[in-house]
Write a protein that binds this ligand. Structure first.
Ligand code: ADP
Ligand code: MG
Length: 209
């Protein structure tokens, strides 16, 4: 079971990872965007952690909702509404449950992913955060189906799939977001959003397993 305490550790670990990788995320976005993905994500996650510090969330749904609303309201770039929607849809999926078992967490991840797709209208291969998120959610579902009790193993599989998806963005030509304006010149650069999404799944494996 995944409780709100471990989910808060996940959110905090993701904020730390974003902060540790802020320069990298900005450098990647300077190659194919406007050099603000690091500062966007760092500002947003700092605000999310500041909210956590004022008082713990009552349950997973409340935690995800607070994170999502904070990201939407503090991050101006594309990533704010996209990550915000991810967490808001996870909140809806979690509902009032006090803990999430494997299938409930899988459903929440799937709902978050569907929200990002609905919001950004991108697909795998477009060189976006979805290139990390889609294989991660598929890997989580697949691993959980094979070993229903092993949430840690499923999270590890998801993190590994996200990292592979992130790496696979390098040769792609961007078809969504700012990087798509570069056309052919976006080829040969790792996508910043897929990079931050890989951090999201890696910290999930580290804290929720
Ligand atoms: P902006 O592009 O507004 O400057 P950021 O730099 O914070 O915002 O985020 C850029 C990242 O957002 C990209 O690397 C990409 O992964 C992601 N992204 C952009 N557009 C979309 C979209 N339509 N769907 C999914 N992800 C997207
Ligand atoms: Mg940018």
């Amino acid at each position: 079971m995944i409780d709100v305490g471990s989910l808060q550790r996940w959110i905090r670990a993701f904020a730390d990872a974003v902060s540790d990788n802020e320069a990298l995320l900005t450098q990647l976005d300077s190659a194919i965007g406007d050099a603000d993905h690091g500062s966007n994500m760092a500002r947003g996650m700092k605000a999310v952690v500041a909210k956590l510090d004022t008082g713990p969330a009552a349950d997973p749904g409340a935690l995800f909702k607070q994170a999502g609303m904070t990201l939407v309201s503090t991050v101006g770039g594309a990533s704010g509404p996209l990550y915000g929607t991810f967490f808001l849809r996870m909140a809806q999926s979690a509902g009032p449950a006090s803990e999430l078992d494997g299938p409930a967490f899988a459903a929440a991840l799937r709902a978050g992913l569907d929200g990002v797709v609905a919001r950004g209208k991108a697909a795998v291969g477009d060189k976006t955060m979805l290139d990390a998120l889609v294989p991660a959610v598929a890997a989580f579902d697949g691993a959980l189906a094979a070993a229903p009790e092993d949430i840690a193993g499923a999270l590890r599989a998801a993190a590994d799939a996200a990292a592979a998806g992130r790496d696979a963005t390098t040769p792609l030509r961007a078809r969504k977001g700012r990087a798509s304006y570069l056309g052919e010149r976006s080829v040969g650069h790792q996508d910043p959003g897929a990079t931050s999404t890989a951090l999201l799944l890696e910290t999930a494996a580290a804290t929720l397993g």
